[in-house]
Design a binder for this molecule. Structure first.
Ligand code: X1X
Length: 326
């Protein structure tokens, strides 16, 4: 078996749009981050595992640092089968193509890491995977994630009074805005690539994110206050374009599936293990100031009716109840 993993640089996006999976099976991936981020490490591990599991020739071309845009771009590329073949993606960034998929990363879905682990080790999310394949033509190969999302802002937010009217960015899925509106904040869906500038220029006063990404993209420079709402433990599917997947030989499809599952487990252990460390590194470096949110329990009560209404609208009440009951 002869394989190579390459990081090709310098090609224009226009050139890449002419077809992602070429005859010699080069699989192009995209990361919004550099080599230090858990997503990038997980995609590198994914490539290694495919190479180990597959007897044929396959090459990986992983573009870093947002060279090919952000997740809201990636989802369009995967749907159309252009520019990239695989990536790691927040479900809430796929809402345009699949209304149910954001249920996976709905704030306050998971009680704690054990609950999150139990759900991801089960097949509870299979109906959402099926919808994504049908409506978006995107295949889920495995699940990474495990970062805890908190409020990140230019001024401290200690309690509900201070959250009231807080202008914050949320991801594009309507359920994200609905949840934070129910908490009396003033959410708006803004592209991830614009968050830093929007905070810097005062268009918004903050957003919500996990430690790995706050650190990697230096969001602390404009938003140094982290309020521990712990509202989300991230679920991040490793995804491939259905068009790419169907073009692969059967034994490479098998290798890719097995690698996605194993790389997902690798990524979950990595990011959940690093989450507290990364926050502490930023505290120690004087980059962030961390405070608890007074009365977090009240937030849970405020969001449950919003979660219920969203699930009911999707016909996913049973699914939501089964996740809650795990
Ligand atoms: O908020 C976002 O759009 C991003 O936040 C982090 O960087 C990641 O969780 C990423 O997947 C995306 O959701």
């Amino acid at each position: 078996m002869k394989t190579t993993t390459t990081l090709l640089k310098g090609a224009t996006l226009a050139a890449l749009l002419t077809g992602a999976a070429s005859a010699q099976t080069t699989l192009r991936g995209a990361s919004m981050f550099d080599n230090d981020h858990a997503f990038t490490k997980t995609m590198v591990r994914f490539a290694e595992l495919v190479e180990e599991n597959y007897d044929g020739e396959v090459e990986f071309d992983l573009r870093l640092n947002g060279e090919l845009g952000v997740e809201s771009d990636y989802v369009t590329y995967l749907n159309q089968g252009v520019a990239i073949d695989y990536t790691i993606m927040a479900p809430s960034n796929m809402a345009r193509f699949s209304p149910s998929i954001p249920l996976m990363d709905m704030p306050f879905l998971f009680r704690d890491l054990d609950h999150w682990n139990a759900v991801l080790s089960s097949d509870a999310l299979a109906p959402l995977e099926a919808e994504l394949l049908e409506t978006a033509d995107i295949v889920i190969l495995g699940y990474t994630g495990g970062g805890v999302r908190n409020l990140v802002s230019s001024e401290p937010i200690a309690n509900l009074d201070e959250l009231n009217g807080h202008r914050m960015r949320v991801m594009g899925a309507p359920i994200q805005a609905q949840i934070f509106a129910a908490l009396t904040a003033a959410p708006s869906a803004i592209s991830y690539s614009e968050v830093y500038n929007a905070i810097q220029t005062g268009v918004i006063a903050g957003f919500e994110n996990e430690a790995a990404s706050i650190q990697n993209l230096k969001f602390y420079e404009v938003a140094p206050y982290v309020t521990l709402t712990r509202h989300t433990i991230t679920v991040r599917p490793i995804v491939m374009s259905g068009k790419t997947y169907r073009d692969l030989p059967a034994d490479l499809q098998e290798a890719v599936m097995a690698a996605g599952s194993e790389a997902g487990a690798f990524g979950r252990a990595l990011e959940s293990g690093e989450d507290g460390e990364k926050l502490q590194e930023m505290i120690d470096a004087g980059q962030v100031f961390v405070n608890e949110f007074e009365g977090r329990e009240a937030l849970l009560e405020m969001v449950v009716p919003v979660q219920d209404a969203y699930a009911a609208e999707l016909g996913a009440t049973e699914l939501l109840e089964s996740i809650r009951g795990m």
